[in-house]
Design a protein around this ligand. Structure first.
Ligand code: C2O
Ligand code: CU
Length: 534
């Protein structure tokens, strides 16, 4: 638990993704490709296609209403991540990665048939010692979770409800929730990290009138940025570095040296000198990003250009927050407005840490964009601590082997398969006090619900180890202004207590909560919870 190991983890996490480390990482087929020798900004940023419904079908609970029915196949396909890199084999929804973007309206349900048409052999090394991925399970299994969706349990993408190639599963998405930027991704038990690296994720927007009324940039002026980091072999194939231990390939975090934006490495984007809305999601397994906009393309310092954050995981913030850099952990989303009218004819670079990852070319044509960002976006009622029926203290714990290497991580010391201990009552509010006993930051996600962050606070680790009692050793730190909206994923910082307040609304039944570092999730840092009737 030394602070030097902590800062090294944080450095590795940022440096690897920024490409600062030079990469001779061994990969199954040899050395890894160094993206930093590639020509930069030669490929246009692709925009994922919009998903289209195949037909309408009767609403499952109200046959007089018809709802859209989508049918999306998961397929193996090849795509170019860069002009000068040979085509890469991916797995993706609708044969692309990111998959097609869903456009939904609040209160208007839809149905999706998810078809697994993948091959029977995995693209990446499966660890058969992990829970749920044992040798008696098929190698290729998939189940789709709509992250941030208030979805009935049978459609939620429970990790155990996987299907195999040749099968399909139907999900019902009620969309009875406020406007938000959700995303869908694979969640199969014990192999989520591999299915994600293979490319199984896509965006899912829910819109409503509150948002419409703000007249935010839309159409060509609203652009999704799906970020992830990858490692490629010299011949351009996906690589997932392994532990080197025979039969136990799992490693505790996957960091790539190549950052893909909507599936491209170092893309460029052409914009007009006006306001744009960028919808950002971090779909990396373990990579945390610190994003900024810069006038310079050097890999020296982060950018310094201002932008406005207007929304987070579960929709709009109450007020825009002016930022110069934005930290985003796996699973988190950010909705930002950048005003390019300040930069006619210039190039602006999107950076992660100091490294430019995309070039934005601002044209010098005049536009008649009169967009003014409103001072208030919506009102957000703060949940009151005094309304919480239960306060649960829940630990985040990791276990090391005798060489000090991570072995597994648990939530509250319990394995996934142990009996359910968290049983919130439908309609009640709870405080979840996340006590991080590890030397790592974990983005914690709860299915079904949205929540607010109360505070983060240092505590006496040694005293907690000895007595199991929380003794705070620092003041409560309020969430950052851009964390004051509705969230579904929260950064539980190293050796801190992070408190969230959650109202359990929507449905009764079994859901999961977990760390969104997918290597942790796959190695037991996931637990069921069950919403019960009062
Ligand atoms: Cu985005 Cu359970 O995950
Ligand atoms: Cu974790």
């Amino acid at each position: 638990m030394s602070s030097s190991s902590t800062s090294r983890r944080v450095f590795l996490r940022q440096a690897t993704a920024a490409g600062i480390l030079q990469n001779n990482q061994p990969s199954p087929t040899g050395l890894a490709l160094s993206p930093y020798v590639l020509a930069k900004f030669v490929d246009r940023l692709p925009i994922p296609a919009i998903a289209t419904a195949r037909k309408t079908v009767p609403h499952p609970h109200n046959a007089r209403v018809r709802i859209p029915y989508y049918s999306i196949a998961m397929r193996e396909f090849q795509a170019k991540v860069h002009r000068d890199v040979p085509p890469t084999t991916f797995w993706g929804y609708g044969g692309s990665s990111p998959g097609p973007t869903f456009e939904a309206k609040s209160g208007e349900p839809l149905m999706v048939e998810w078809r697994n048409e993948l091959p029977n052999k995995h693209l990446l090394p499966v660890d058969k010692t992990l829970h749920g991925a044992e040798a008696d399970k098929p190698e290729v299994r998939t189940v789709v979770h709509l992250h941030g969706g208030k979805v009935p349990p049978e459609s939620d993408g429970n990790p155990e409800r996987w299907i195999v190639p040749g099968q399909s599963a139907i999900s019902f998405y009620p969309n009875q929730q406020e406007a938000a930027q959700l995303f869908y991704h694979d969640h199969a038990m014990g192999i989520t990290r591999l299915n994600a690296v293979a490319g199984l994720f896509g965006m899912f927007f829910i819109r409503n009138q509150v948002e419409e009324a703000l007249n935010l940039p839309r159409g060509d002026y609203e652009i999704p940025f799906v970020l992830c980091d990858r490692v490629f072999t010299l011949d351009g194939q996906l690589s997932y570095p392994t532990s080197g231990v025979p039969g136990k390939p799992w490693t505790s975090e996957f960091y790539g040296n190549a950052i893909l934006l909507n599936g491209k490495l170092f893309p460029f984007l052409e914009v007009e000198p006006r306001a744009y809305r960028f919808r950002i999601v971090n779909t990396s397994n373990a990579g945390f990003y610190t994003l900024s906009f810069s006038k310079d393309d050097k890999n020296l310092v982060p950018g310094n250009e201002p932008f406005q954050m207007i929304g987070s995981d579960q929709g709009l913030l109450q007020q825009p927050v002016s930022l110069k850099s934005l930290a985003i952990t796996p699973g988190e989303r950010a909705d930002v407005i950048v005003d390019f009218s300040r930069y006619p004819g210039e190039h602006i670079y999107l950076k992660h840490a100091a490294a430019p990852i995309m070039e934005i070319r601002v044209s010098s044509n005049k536009t008649n964009d009169a967009f003014k960002l409103p001072a208030t976006l919506r009102s957000i009622e703060r949940l009151k601590e005094s309304n919480a029926a239960v306060n649960r203290e829940l630990t985040l714990v990791d276990y090391k082997d005798d060489k000090g290497k991570a072995k597994l991580m648990l939530l509250n010391g319990a394995h996934y398969s142990m009996p359910v201990t968290e049983k919130p009552v439908l309609g009640t509010t709870e405080i979840w006090t996340l006590i991080n006993l590890t030397d790592d930051t974990h983005p914690i996600h709860l299915h079904l619900v949205r929540f607010q962050i109360l505070d983060r606070r240092r505590f006496d680790f040694a005293a907690y180890q000895k007595t199991g009692k929380l003794v705070f050793s620092g003041p409560a730190i309020s969430p950052e202004p851009q964390e004051m909206g509705w969230k579904d994923t929260v950064r539980a910082d190293v050796l801190m207590v992070t408190r969230i307040i959650v109202r359990f609304e929507g449905y009764t039944g079994r859901y999961v909560w977990h760390c969104h570092v997918l290597e942790h999730e796959d190695n037991e840092m996931m637990r069921p919870f069950e919403v019960v009737k009062s």
